[in-house]
Design a protein around this ligand. Structure first.
Ligand code: ATP
Length: 237
């Protein structure tokens, strides 16, 4: 397994957000964690990208290496784990191109960077048309694309995404998931957390269901899609 998380436990002040969850993601896989508001999905991703420093007694390994010894920036630059956070976190007063360039501050492979930037613009033609526009003036959906483009430029071994469907109109949502499929096809592993369980389970190969900080169910995404409990709680059936 490329990413192994064991007994991940996170508390904010005295409130437990994750009660020792364990899961794994294989190289090249698309895995989703679904759950309701407040289940702990974002917390899980923030722990992996080291934005939450204190994870009591937990093990997080990437390609067999303990990632807990790395700082947030090294998790991206040394390990290749790129996080697309909820709320996007792009630089609003920089242009689209500047945002993409800044994402690869730690890279030295200039020629490949130029190719990657072109690839991002080929993948998201809306960004290509808006290269010199300030990112803060992009629509919500375009900002979401830019956030994914930035993650592609910065890391690349695994992309961890927090609700990429949020705020997107249905057609743009499908475009976004098509783009993610393409990124995966080229070799990037994907771990995705989503409230839109139906979309996420159709997209992923495996899934985990997170409830109140515990994983209560896991399995093949196609099995979870027809699981009566999942249907009742998450698929509105
Ligand atoms: P959503 O789908 O609504 O984004 P989520 O599954 O991503 O929810 P988290 O954001 O991980 O959930 O939150 C898990 C729990 O931890 C929630 O009860 C939340 O209120 C709490 N929490 C998250 N961040 C903090 C924080 N910085 N300080 C205190 N409590 C927090």
């Amino acid at each position: 397994m490329q990413l192994v998380v064991e007994n991940l436990t996170v508390a904010y002040d005295n409130i437990m957000a994750l009660h020792g969850i364990s899961f794994s993601v294989d190289k090249g896989e698309i895995v989703t964690i679904i759950g309701a508001n407040g289940a702990g999905k974002s917390t899980t991703l923030r722990a992996i990208s080291r934005m939450i420093p204190s994870v009591h007694g937990s093990v997080i390994k990437f390609n067999g290496e303990n990632i807990l010894k790395y700082s947030t920036d090294k998790v991206v630059s040394k390990l290749g784990i790129s996080h697309v956070p909820e709320g996007r976190m792009i630089f609003g007063n920089l242009t689209v191109t500047e945002n993409l360039t800044l994402a690869c501050f730690a890279r030295k492979d200039r020629d490949q960077m130029v190719k990657d930037k072109k690839w991002v613009f080929d993948l998201f033609s809306r960004l290509d048309e808006r290269k010199n526009q300030l990112a803060g003036t992009l629509s919500g959906g375009e900002q979401q694309m830019l956030a994914v483009g930035r993650a592609y430029m910065s890391g690349r071994k695994i992309m961890i995404l927090d609700e990429p469907s949020m705020g997107l109109a249905p057609l743009l949502m499908l475009d976004m998931f098509e783009a993610l499929k393409e990124i995966n096809r080229l070799g990037t592993t994907i771990l995705l957390v989503e409230q839109n369980a139906r979309l996420a389970l159709k997209f992923a190969q495996r899934g985990y269901v997170l409830e109140n900080g515990n994983i209560v169910l896991e399995g093949k995404a196609s099995d979870l899609l027809i699981d009566p409990e999942v249907k009742k709680a998450y698929l509105g059936a």
